[in-house]
Design a protein around this ligand. Structure first.
Ligand SMILES: NC(=O)c1ccc[n+]([C@@H]2O[C@H](COP(=O)([O-])OP(=O)(O)OC[C@H]3O[C@@H](n4cnc5c(N)ncnc54)[C@H](OP(=O)(O)O)[C@@H]3O)[C@@H](O)[C@H]2O)c1
Length: 246
């Protein structure tokens, strides 16, 4: 039985992951998000599915000054912490960001700075207790900048690099640091996109997350084939990459 904190718990991927944890293993879950109504609904559903206990609290992650207190409250309520999943995110409009730095800053705050702030608080606690798993949803978009979404990609790339350093730091304390890199996932975030063969359901990403934690993976491409796709994209030389319409 594990004590699990989920930040961005109303995300479709987070909800699917919480369901797996509730159904399969009967853990205690503490959910953080922006909508009390939706958090309440998810918490009740997880309890019915088998969670030992569910609690929730509201936080807009862009209020960085509230992070420390929100985390303390959550961890006290759980009676400790074994796993944290950070799942919140926004896919801002790249074209708007190109014209308006305020929009870019908002994207970077939500997708990168808030995550780095939360991780700064959480890392010290996990390091002191010398066990547990820190799981953050980054993205394949953070592996290489592309013209269609490089602001979002910059934020995810920053999170990925931060997680790499954190993993090395916490390795000696026995703390697992998992970077999840989904490809295209059919969730409210991507509702307006035309879906094709490469698209996955949130339930598939949730299975990859749970398996990654269980098998103590460092990086989880989800679904797995994105490891190969990004491997190929990563080795395309810049002189060629800049001419492509990827
Ligand atoms: N969908 C994809 O194709 C894809 C691909 C790669 C990576 N990802 C990443 O996967 C994670 C989960 O996204 P998803 O696909 O499950 O999308 P989603 O269902 O739209 O979830 C996004 C979540 O982020 C929350 N959020 C946004 N801004 C917030 C803020 N300021 N404070 C608190 N919560 C905030 C949203 O809360 P509200 O419900 O209150 O708005 C929502 O719960 C994100 O980190 C995303 O970047 C998604």
């Amino acid at each position: 039985m594990k004590k699990i904190l989920i930040i961005g718990a109303t995300s479709a991927i987070a909800e699917a992951t919480a369901r797996l944890w509730a159904v399969q293993q009967g853990h205690s879950l503490y959910l953080i998000g922006r909508s009390a109504e939706r958090l309440g609904g998810i918490a009740a559903d997880l309890k019915v599915r088998g969670a030992k206990s569910t609690q929730f609290a509201m936080l807009d992650v862009n209020y960085f000054a509230q992070h420390a207190a929100a985390l303390d409250t959550a961890i006290d309520a759980l009676g400790g912490i074994d796993i944290v999943l950070i799942a919140h995110g926004t896919l801002g409009n790249q074209n708007v960001c190109e014209q308006d730095f305020a929009a870019t800053l908002q994207e970077l705050n939500t997708n990168a700075i808030s995550v780095i702030s939360l991780l700064t608080h959480l890392a010290n606690r996990f390091e002191a207790q010398r066990h547990g798993s820190i799981v953050v949803i980054s993205s394949v978009a953070g592996d290489r900048g592309r013209q269609s979404n490089y602001v979002y990609g910059t934020a995810k790339g920053a999170v990925t690099i931060f997680m790499q350093g954190l993993r090395q730091r916490l390795h000696k304390s026995g703390v697992q640091v998992v970077t999840v890199k989904p490809g295209f996932v059919d969730t409210p975030m991507t509702a307006e996109f035309k879906k094709g063969l490469l698209w996955a359901r949130p339930e598939a990403i949730a299975r990859s997350i749970c398996a990654g934690v269980e098998k103590r993976r460092d990086v989880v491409y989800a679904p797995w084939f994105w490891w190969g796709v990004m491997g190929v994209i990563g080795v395309i030389p810049e002189w060629l990459f800049k001419k492509l319409k990827l």
